[in-house]
Design a protein around this ligand. Structure first.
Ligand code: NAD
Length: 426
């Protein structure tokens, strides 16, 4: 049975993230002619850790939560990747996300491998002190496996700068000195980086701008549909509107709003702050959220969750460009449909890599103990995103493959070369 919250898919198997990640890896490895042994090394994570975390709840009861930390590859540097707290976290999901982090870091050519973590819990029903105790105990359970030189977690779904501060503090207490570089996405006061909250959305803007040039579009004539008005989608919409784009539709979990003349994202954010929802925004019409993904537009920016463009709707997508702000918004089976329609896809491992790129800057600044101004952060982010876009699109043209497979091929080639140069320790 499919959950009611996944109305975009017809087949359960299509939405298994680990199968999706493996399908793309296999296709890219095949096209690269990757050595069979290296395929085996790169297909599976280096390390998978499962921990059972006892936590005293506020009412005195003892609960045990299950958590994971997966390191997919350490070939190019420490593992890097977020920690999510959610009731439906699975080891398969964490594995897939860890492998995506390996490829993402390689696409933007930063010296990290890939990792991911998760704890099965429902943060909506937990108090701050329960979340703090769970986070600290989870950190203590995985402490031997993380560290600035080893594995550097970051926020993901339902974790934030406060969670990172607790992890940093717990790690530092065990080490008996302050170690800011153990996590990224920290508050500015504790070694966070300027520009980090905007980084993923800014990266989406930068690569979309590059794609527009190829279509001879200019921002003023570009209609954008944004799904997910959170950190990534809200920030991308705000920055795109400031750059002159027309945000014609915003889709949230509880509704969607449409205005063909453009929506002011900052006014919509204010409306949501005041009312708790984007619904009822007076400067736009309500529209069915599932149909909204399929309206005529130039850029579709899925920035909410995985598996929203699937075999059930891909053939009806009208966007010329899809900028994948979310991780895994398109299933591997839908890729082929979009490729046939010649939709220009900016794949997640490129499009949303602005976040991990500025996380890399944060790690560098923590290790130097010297902090950059926002202009420097944004300038260096732009440089990396533009050159990564060119690398991926150039690779796609050279090898006659779509952008996603090109991004995977480029990334797999970089990681495989690192392994070849290092050799296999025996
Ligand atoms: P977020 O929680 O800040 O925002 C997500 C938004 O999507 C929320 O406003 C939520 O209400 C909305 N949403 C949830 N379900 C929806 C649905 N069915 N339809 C429409 N909207 C829905 O999260 P975020 O940090 O913006 O992350 C979004 C995606 O981007 C995730 O896939 C995440 O893994 C990915 N991502 C985030 C970052 C980052 O730096 N935050 C970096 C890379 C990738």
């Amino acid at each position: 049975m499919l959950a009611e919250s996944t109305p975009y898919v017809e087949k359960e198997i299509e939405i298994n993230p680990w199968l999706s990640a493996a399908a793309r890896f296999d296709e890219a490895a095949e096209r690269l002619g990757l050595d069979e042994g290296l395929r085996k090394v790169l297909r599976m994570p280096t390390m998978e850790l499962t921990v059972h975390i006892p936590v005293q709840l506020d009412d005195g009861r003892l609960e045990v939560f299950t958590g994971y930390r997966v390191q997919h590859s350490l070939a190019r540097g420490p593992a890097k990747g977020g920690i999510r707290f959610a009731p439906d976290v699975t080891l398969d999901e964490v594995r897939a996300l860890a492998s995506w982090m390996t490829w993402k870091c390689a696409v933007v050519n930063i010296p990290f491998g890939g990792g991911k973590g998760g704890v099965i819990c429902n943060p909506d029903v937990m108090s701050m002190s329960e979340l703090e105790r769970m986070t600290r105990r989870y950190t203590a359970e995985i402490i031997e496996f993380i560290g600035p030189e080893r594995d550097v977690p970051a926020p993901d779904m339902n974790t934030n700068a406060q969670t990172m501060a607790w992890i940093m503090d717990t790690y530092s207490m065990h080490k008996r000195h302050t170690v800011t570089g153990v996590v990224t996405g920290k508050p500015l006061e504790l070694g966070g980086s300027r520009g980090r909250p905007e980084a993923t959305g800014r990266g989406c803007l930068i690569v979309t701008m590059q794609a527009l040039r190829r279509f001879g579009l200019d921002p003023a004539n570009t209609r954008v549909v944004v799904q997910g008005f959170g950190n990534v989608g809200g920030m991308a919409a705000k920055l795109m509107a400031r750059a002159g784009f027309k945000i014609v539709c915003v889709i949230e979990w509880d509704g969607a709003v449409y205005n063909p003349h453009g929506i002011n994202p900052e006014a919509l954010m204010k409306h949501r702050e005041e009312t708790g929802s984007i619904n009822g925004y007076p400067e736009a019409e309500p529209i069915d959220p599932h149909e909204a993904l399929l309206i005529d537009c130039d850029v579709l920016l899925p920035a909410a969750k995985e598996n929203v463009i699937t075999t059930a709707n891909a053939d009806r997508v009208k966007a010329k460009i899809i900028c994948e702000g979310a991780n895994g918004p398109t299933t591997s089976e839908a890729d082929a449909i979009l490729a046939d329609k010649k939709v220009f896809v900016l794949p997640d491992i490129l499009a949303n890599a602005g976040g991990v790129t500025v996380s890399y800057f944060e790690w560098v600044q923590d290790r130097q103990g010297y902090f950059w101004n926002e202009q420097l952060v944004n300038g260096r982010l732009e440089e990396i995103m533009v050159s990564s876009f060119k690398d991926v699109v150039g690779y796609a043209e050279k090898h006659n493959v779509n952008n996603r497979i090109a991004a995977y091929m480029l990334a797999i080639d970089r990681v495989a070369n690192a392994i070849k140069m290092r050799g296999i320790y025996a």
